[in-house]
Design a protein around this ligand. Structure first.
Ligand SMILES: [Zn+2]
Length: 409
């Protein structure tokens, strides 16, 4: 395996060299001896971070905004629009669009991704086949975990539950539920826990996307997590409803999520596009309470979710962009908040998807991104260039800024 020395970057605010060997971080210290490395990369006073980790994204339904209408007042939901489209998805079509998402993500600093793959009566296992191929074709550049995801619910037809089990047998690592797509949300959640417990896989839910507190489900998800001893193995995306709860109720729910060690994934770009469409006065923005969750000790991640489809027509798998969207959408723009916001696209999502060795520490994975900025707040504000993206100790993407400023004459 190759060795690489990253010289004079900023690691946790200090100027350090980072030595990478055999896919691991070998040493972090100032002024390491540069002799004997296969490659030396100088990054003077540039921010060195663990690689970005995308914990919730849908490559199989990306880049279809031009095939259907967008959201309109009184018009069909994004789910309805895409459900119709995916009947015509072929394996090659899914492969090409998903590959574009994955390559863009790598260019923008992503070194590990967990992606949803829809499994249902409309698309069958075609998404599974396409994404499994991509998992192999991009191995060494991007680690890809796959979720067998029930976007259409499980009680609306007779085939989806069997297809989900089949997808797990085909090698998908995680089982993904979507309780609000079934009339009986609790029965939906219970089927996912029973199945995950039987098959020994992790769970992910799209949950609590509405603003009616009577529909809350994450409390039941927390109960089942604790009852099944599945702490740390369950993630919940969206959780918009948290924002609509009264403060006391919200505190109780957040406490329960922490006890269950449920990881929460905020998806601000999609919420901003989809939520509050029927509101006649104030448009509810629907972003979960990122700051409160984090302050209470819940692990939080920010993720991209959708890319160029009716859910998020301007979606883009750039987690530095999602950090800026989160700062704007969730009142996280003060300097102290922006100082930790990048943890929500690096170490936070790494924990959420079960990576135990992702971070800037000796012995950790040599998965890194170097930003053209001296600190996180500047990186977010300026949307700094991702100068180098390093996967398993190898540079897999380089980016440079090309603008020129002509100040004289
Ligand atoms: Zn999603």
């Amino acid at each position: 395996m190759r060795s690489l020395l990253l010289r004079s970057g900023l690691v946790a605010g200090r100027r350090q060299d980072v030595a990478l060997r055999d896919g691991r971080i070998h040493r972090i210290a100032p002024d390491l001896d540069p002799a004997g490395y296969d490659e030396i990369v100088d990054v003077p006073d540039r921010l060195v971070l663990p690689g970005f980790v995308e914990s919730h994204i849908h490559p199989d339904k990306a880049f279809v905004a031009d095939r259907t209408e967008g959201l309109r007042a009184g018009g069909p939901s994004a789910q309805t629009l895409v459900a119709e489209l995916k009947k015509a998805f072929t394996v090659d079509d899914i492969y090409r669009r998903a590959r574009r998402v994955l390559e863009l993500a790598v260019r923008h600093g992503c070194t590990t991704m967990r992606a949803h793959v829809e499994v249902d009566a409309h698309v069958g296992l075609r998404g599974v086949e396409a994404l499994r191929r991509l998992q192999q074709d991009l191995a060494g550049v991007l680690d890809l975990q796959l979720i067998a995801f029930a976007q259409e619910g499980i009680f609306n037809d007779a085939v989806t539950r069997d297809l989900l089990r089949e997808a797990l047998r085909a090698g998908l690592e995680v089982l993904g539920g979507c309780p609000y797509m079934d009339r009986d949300q609790r029965a939906h959640i219970d089927w996912f826990f029973d199945t995950a417990e039987a098959l020994g896989v992790r769970l992910d839910f799209h949950a609590d996307t509405a603003d009616d507190p009577s529909l809350l489900t994450c409390d039941h998800i927390a109960e089942r997590t604790i009852a099944g001893g599945l702490q740390d193995r369950v993630t919940v995306g969206h959780l918009c409803m948290l924002d609509a709860l009264e403060p006391d109720a919200r505190r109780r729910v957040v406490d329960r999520l922490r006890e269950a060690r449920i990881h929460v994934i905020a998806l601000p770009a999609t919420e901003l596009h989809v939520k509050g469409r029927a509101d006649r006065q104030r448009t509810w923005r629907g972003v979960t309470r990122i700051g409160e969750l984090r302050a209470a000790g819940v692990n939080v991640a920010v993720s991209t979710n959708n890319v160029v489809n009716p859910f998020t027509p301007y979606g883009h798998p750039d987690l530095l962009r999602q950090a800026l969207v989160a700062a704007m959408a969730a009142h996280l723009g003060n300097l102290d908040q922006m100082a930790w916001l990048l943890e929500l696209v690096t170490t936070g999502p790494a924990r959420a998807i079960g990576l135990t060795d992702h971070g800037l520490a000796e012995g950790g994975r040599a998965d890194l991104v170097v930003l053209d900025a001296p600190d996180p707040a500047t990186a977010i504000t300026e949307q700094a260039e991702k100068l180098f993206v390093i996967k398993a100790g190898r540079v897999v993407a380089r980016n440079t800024r090309t603008s020129e400023l002509a100040l004289d004459g």
